[in-house]
Design a protein around this ligand. Structure first.
Ligand code: ATP
Length: 565
């Protein structure tokens, strides 16, 4: 088609093609409906796919109408794979549709299309997509726990229900539902016509941020469409990157939702923070995780075997075609698992997934006595399997409890004992167990002064650099930074001279009775002439070639030596 030379070209925010301004609206209508581009018939690829691939490299776009997301089926926030839902079909779940959403049916797979699709086995389902992603709720009704901030009558809930999304910082420990909440907001706002885009602070560059901002400006200017930008791990953006979106949040060009596991008052720049509402999410309760696991078990079609039901030892089982057999899980296993995952739903779901997969791979059947069903052969997932699954996915390590202190203490002792192997081992136990690398790094900063001290003053530099390195790149990349620091410390000479001396200073202050001795006049700050005259006795050391006789301690502490053993 011909384009008048003087006609201004406008970029379609969906497929990013440049078009004459006069045609943009009709083009957009057809583009959003996934039809062929009527202005300039293009290649067979649909507009949606083009838009998806045209997004900045560090970003994922969620802004198209619902059908678009399903058609691409691969967005960051892992919408359904289209499993059975044709493009353009209405969403299965409503925004607050607890009833619709809560009724989780076992997936039989392949209900899409006209003819009956081949039935997927449980093992195939689990291989396709991690259970945690498969079960990520899309509606607020499925979101478990976090009653304090999201319960009925809370401000956030009413804002979400009225689609008034303010800029938010979601702060909470891993696996408590920050990304999931953003995913729910994405689903809801998409229905509202809002463009929702996601950036991960671990991979996005400043140019990606700028691209999103310029597109958000277009959306606002041309289509009066709002943009919500979700930034996962926002604390990994440095100050200047955070500064980039500040004016745009201020002007309302975009609404920012940031997720962080770190205290935002330290990690998010103050100006940005003051324009966002901070939502503090907590570790999920045992009951909440139990509910999430129950939902998972139901969705997989695994049946629960109560305590009273009998089964003989799985050791007597025989190999069989596992995919055809019913799969059971001990009720006990489902009760134990939530206690072991420290409020982290992802850990619980991964543990369950690995347990099921391991059992299916083994293919061992167990003779079972099922109430009403008589005796049958089936695959049984036991409490041990679940613990084993958790061990594999997430080395058993209680981040909040005693185990954390035991492991950090073991690391500290091993470093002090200059045992580099043990030091690395305890570091690995913590990191592989999901410990926050910054927690370990902070302990190392302390160790650098407490145990190495002036025997190697560079140790402190190493530790602070390791802390910053961990902060910049996060796990898993930062593990080697900590490993390097730990080995350096294990090999370093040790000195507790400063640590001891300072302890003696503290003791001296604690034991002091009566008023503390005044600061000698000659050592005092002398901002006035009077003070200068009073303190005249002070000898300025650099002015003397020979050693200077002068007291710096208060009179009554004269001669005290904090360094003496
Ligand atoms: N409140 C919740 N209700 C239901 N499911 C949840 C909830 N929280 C987490 N989950 C489940 O756990 C998985 C991981 O949660 P999510 O990705 O939201 O955690 P996160 O807080 O963003 O963690 P991280 O900081 O590690 O990214 C989700 O895919 C979902 O299946």
């Amino acid at each position: 088609m011909e384009v008048a030379e003087d006609e201004q070209l406008v970029r379609c925010p969906v497929c990013l093609r440049e078009l004459p301004g006069a045609h943009i609206n009709s083009h957009l209508d057809s583009c959003l409906q996934g039809g062929e581009d009527e202005v300039e018939p293009g290649p067979s690829t649909t507009c949606k796919r083009q838009r998806f691939t045209a997004a900045p490299s560090g970003s994922q776009v969620e802004g198209e109408p619902e059908e678009a997301g399903q058609a691409t089926g691969s967005s960051f926030l892992h919408k359904g794979r289209g499993g059975g839902q044709s493009p353009g079909a209405p969403s299965r779940k409503s925004w607050t549709g607890r009833e619709e959403a809560a009724a989780v049916k076992p997936e039989d797979g392949g209900s899409a299309g006209s003819g009956p699709a081949p039935r997927r086995t449980l093992a195939q389902k689990l291989e396709e997509k991690p259970l945690a992603e498969r079960l990520r709720p899309s509606a607020l009704g499925d979101y478990v726990g976090q009653e304090r901030v999201l319960g009925a009558q809370t401000l956030l809930r009413s804002l979400l229900e009225s689609h008034e999304i303010p800029s938010l910082i979601l702060w909470g420990p891993p696996g408590c539902g920050k990304t999931t909440l953003a995913h729910i907001i994405a689903n809801s706002s998409r229905k509202n016509g809002t463009w929702f885009v996601t950036l991960s602070a671990t991979s996005a560059r400043t140019t990606d941020i700028r691209d999103v901002i310029s597109q958000a400006q277009n959306e606002k200017k041309l289509f009066k469409r709002k943009t919500i930008l979700f930034i996962d791990e926002i604390h990994r953006f440095n100050k200047s990157q955070q500064d980039t979106f500040l004016p745009h949040v201020e002007r309302g060009t975009l609404t920012l939702i940031g997720a962080t596991t770190e205290n935002p008052s330290f990690q998010v720049n103050a100006a940005l923070l003051s324009r966002c509402r901070v939502i503090v999410l907590e570790k999920l309760s045992v009951e909440a995780i139990e509910a999430i696991l129950m939902r998972a078990v139901r969705s997989l079609g695994v049946q629960i075997l109560g305590q009273g039901d009998q089964h003989s030892s799985s050791a007597t089982g025989s190999s069989s075609e596992s995919s055809e057999l019913p799969v059971y899980i001990e009720e006990k296993a489902l009760k134990t698992l939530p206690y072991l995952c420290d409020g982290d739903a992802r850990t619980g779901l991964n543990g369950l997934q690995l347990a099921v997969q391991a059992r299916l791979a083994m293919g061992k059947t167990t003779p079972l006595n099922i109430p009403k069903g008589g005796s049958t052969d089936g695959i049984l997932i036991t409490e041990e399997d679940v613990k084993e699954g958790l061990q594999q996915s997430h080395i058993l390590y209680d981040r909040a409890g005693e185990e954390q202190y035991n492991c950090i203490s073991a690391l500290h002792h091993s470093l002090r004992g200059s045992d580099e192997n043990a030091s690395l081992y305890w570091l690995g136990r913590m990191l592989e167990g999901g410990e926050d690398p910054l927690y370990v790094a902070r302990r190392l900063v302390r160790f650098a002064s407490e145990d190495i001290g002036l025997a190697d003053p560079l140790a402190l530099t190493q530790a602070v650099a390791a802390y910053q390195g961990c902060h910049f790149i996060g796990m898993p990349e930062c593990e080697v930074i900590l490993a390097q620091c730990v080995v350096y410390f294990a090999r370093a000479p040790k000195s507790i001279e400063v640590y001891r001396a300072y302890n003696k200073v503290k003791e001296c202050l604690r034991m002091h009775t009566g008023p503390l001795p005044p600061v000698p006049l000659h050592l005092r700050n002398a901002p006035t002439t009077l003070m200068e005259n009073l303190g005249k006795g002070c000898k300025y050391n650099p002015a003397y070639k020979e050693p200077v006789e002068q007291d710096f301690l208060p009179e009554e502490l004269k001669g005290t030596d904090f360094f003496k053993e």
